[in-house]
Ligand binder design. Structure first.
Ligand code: GLN
Length: 259
């Protein structure tokens, strides 16, 4: 209903602009984007740096946040970014409470049953991580131990897929910081997390380390909408992503968090 209203409003605005003989110059375009542009609710994770996190000044920032904002600006729509948590973000889109999700979300065949994905915008492996100074260095060392994963993630699937083979059990957490804390406290022997996120946290001083070579489950990240819904938003994301890749904005965003 809201959507219909703003579509109608946009239509009325276009008509009235035309009636005044106003040409859509840059200023008019800006105004119409602000007042008549479609507003989408975009769900994301809470703490998944450098993709989404709250910085030292209390601002919610990150690669995903900057990408969706840059695309919204490029395509003339507005976003209401909601930091819900990873599995909650996916559920919000499935239940129609959010229009799209950008959360370092891996494009998988299973998820393609229920989501439509954009083109990939990033690629990442999953890695094991352990407490600093831990003597656990490999999957073999996990025998008889408990490992921590985040609910609904690729990392959780990866850890579960090897649990029988290496003789460990898996316990789930809702968010990454709580999962890391459990490993640092020594309750769990290791956690599984996307490599760039783990590397960023270690670089920022997390009391964790990344053993060599304990990686896998490589995947591409995509923006997603509920399957069969919000085709307009998905198309705008695609077009905007192509534009910000072509004009250097995409690379600028990546570099600002990874250099
Ligand atoms: N890339 C992983 C996945 O899609 C983790 C995403 C996340 O924790 N935000 O499952």
């Amino acid at each position: 209903m809201k959507k219909l209203l703003s579509l109608l409003l946009a239509g009325v605005m276009t008509l009235s602009l035309a009636a005044c003989g106003g040409s859509a110059d840059a200023t008019d375009a800006d105004n119409s984007a602000e007042s008549g542009g479609q507003k989408y609710v975009i769900a994301t994770d809470t703490a998944f740096p450098p993709f989404e996190f709250t910085d030292a000044s209390g601002n919610f920032v990150g690669i995903d946040v900057d990408i969706i904002n840059a695309i919204a600006e490029d395509q003339g729509f507005e976003v209401d970014i909601q930091s819900l948590g990873f599995d909650a973000a996916l559920l919000a889109v499935q239940s129609g409470q959010a229009d799209g999700v950008i959360a370092g979300m891996s494009i998988t065949d299973e998820r393609k049953q229920t989501f439509d994905f954009s083109d990939p915008y990033y690629t990442a492996d999953v890695t094991m991580a352990v407490a600093k100074g831990s003597d656990i260095k490999s999957f073999e060392d996990l025998n008889g131990k408990v490992v921590a994963v985040k609910t609904g993630t690729n990392g959780a699937d990866f850890a579960k897929s090897m649990a029988d083979q290496y003789g460990y059990t898996v316990t789930e957490f809702k968010d990454s910081p709580t999962m890391y804390q459990d490993v640092i406290a020594g309750n769990t022997a290791a956690c599984f997390e996307d490599y760039p996120v783990m590397a960023y946290n270690v670089q920022q001083g997390a009391e964790l380390e990344i053993p060599e070579g304990m990686t896998g489950a490589g995947s591409d990240y995509g923006f997603a909408v509920k399957k069969g819904e919000n085709a307009d938003l998905l198309a705008a994301f695609q077009a905007g992503l192509a534009n910000i890749k072509a004009n250097g904005k995409y690379q600028e965003i990546i570099d600002s968090y990874t250099k």
